[in-house]
Ligand binder design. Structure first.
Ligand code: F6R
Ligand code: MG
Ligand code: MG
Length: 376
């Protein structure tokens, strides 16, 4: 039996800290809301390369998931850094200007504020960040979703960090046996609190099972080390109107006392139902694909998730490895297509269409107003 994993466990106390920031925005779709234009990605790459040259960033990776521009950055400035958020905002601003020039669809869709005010949170873009002390080897996976909401991570995060039927390490690896702490965000009341597993698993599930209300914001080891961090903002709560689904991002650290890469990826072998898809107003299966295949077209979907793996090495990103570019996810994709057919057959009926309170587009007030005179 494996002894408490010593080779990579714990942090190297003397090692410097590095921050991983994943900041994303939809600055314009190509074509419609289905994908991103290569010129926008090129622009972002040039800007981040300059920031790396100027020592603002250690390293970066630019990619897209559907119509979302994804900036994966490492640096030494900590979470919520004005410099890093300002840099991302500038990239999105210039991306928007280019998108407008090409008349890409919904140019500047996620740029809800007129001017940058220190932090992109609450201004439209999505953010997941963590500051870490690099272990001897630091494997991470960055998940990026399109046509779905931040609650999409609740199910897989629970499976990774609390479900022994998914993560055998919880049972047979002594360094994981104590369980984990979950930071929950009540997005409607804007309040955060912690719950511990396995002790409070049932309390956790009663909340996170309602993924439109309670979102897993972060996960920590019982010793307090960060293990996962997600983007939790809800655009429509910020904007007060429909502005597209939030298309969330998530950073997960793995191995050596944390879930193994395979345990982190395993939950996505089941394409669970998430909110989003067409007009942000439907339930549909979350389909895991390679980055190249993350261009949702059928009924503007079905929702996609991609996974970029990296080895973080002295603040640099060794990678990406496109983790779902693997035939072992073929069956999940096939199943997602089958579920998509089944859900689509409901047309405008619930539970394919979201309940009235959760729909992001609605004609209900107008219809009720029109009918008021006829009502008895
Ligand atoms: C979903 C999404 C799309 C649009 C749909 C209609 O997140 O972005 O499904 O909602 O294509 O878009 P508009 O209203 O811009 O024509
Ligand atoms: Mg869009
Ligand atoms: Mg999108």
């Amino acid at each position: 039996m494996k002894e408490m994993s010593k080779k990579n466990s714990g942090s190297e106390k003397s090692a410097p800290k590095v921050t991983i920031s994943v900041i994303k925005a939809d600055v314009g779709g190509y074509v419609g809301h289905s994908s991103s234009h290569p010129d926008i990605l090129k622009k972002a790459e040039t800007m981040l390369a300059k920031a790396k040259q100027n020592k603002i960033l250690n390293d970066f990776c630019v990619t897209s998931c559907g119509d979302d521009l994804e900036l994966i950055m490492t640096h030494k400035k900590g979470c919520d850094s004005r410099d890093i958020h300002g840099l991302a905002w500038k990239v999105f601003e210039e991306g928007t200007a280019l998108a407008k020039k090409m008349k890409l669809y919904g140019a500047g869709q996620d740029m809800l504020a007129d001017a940058f005010s220190g932090n992109v949170k609450g201004m439209g873009p999505g953010v997941a960040e963590m500051e870490i002390v690099e272990r001897k080897s630091e494997p991470i996976i960055v998940f990026m979703g399109d046509k779905c909401a931040p609650g999409a991570w609740n199910f897989p995060l629970f499976k990774m960090f609390a479900d022994p039927f998914n993560t055998i390490g919880l049972i047979i690896d002594p360094s994981m046996h104590d369980g984990f702490k979950f930071e929950i965000h009540d997005i409607k009341k804007d309040k955060n609190f912690m719950l511990s597993t396995p002790e409070e698993m049932y309390d956790l599930l009663v909340l996170i099972g309602s993924a439109e209300n309670y979102i897993i914001k972060a996960i920590y080891t019982k010793k307090g080390e960060i293990a996962a961090s997600s983007s939790t903002q809800k655009l429509y709560l910020i904007a007060g109107r429909y502005v597209g689904k939030d298309d969330p991002v998530l950073i997960v650290r793995g191995q050596s006392g944390l879930p193994a890469m395979g345990e982190i990826l395993e939950p996505f072998s089941f394409p669970h139902l998430v909110t989003g898809w067409m007009r942000g107003s439907h339930y549909g299966p979350l389909m895991p694909t390679s980055q190249k295949e993350a261009n949702p077209t059928r009924f503007d979907g079905p929702p996609r998730v991609i996974a970029f793996g990296f080895q973080v090495s002295n603040g640099m990103l060794v990678g990406p490895r496109d983790m779902f570019d693997d035939p072992s996810y073929d069956y999940a994709r096939k199943q997602a297509n089958k579920i998509a057919n089944f859900m689509r057959a409901h047309g405008p009926f619930e539970p394919h269409r979201l309940p009235l309170t959760e729909m992001e587009y609605t004609t209900l007030p107008e219809v009720l107003k029109k009918l008021q005179l006829r009502m008895k």
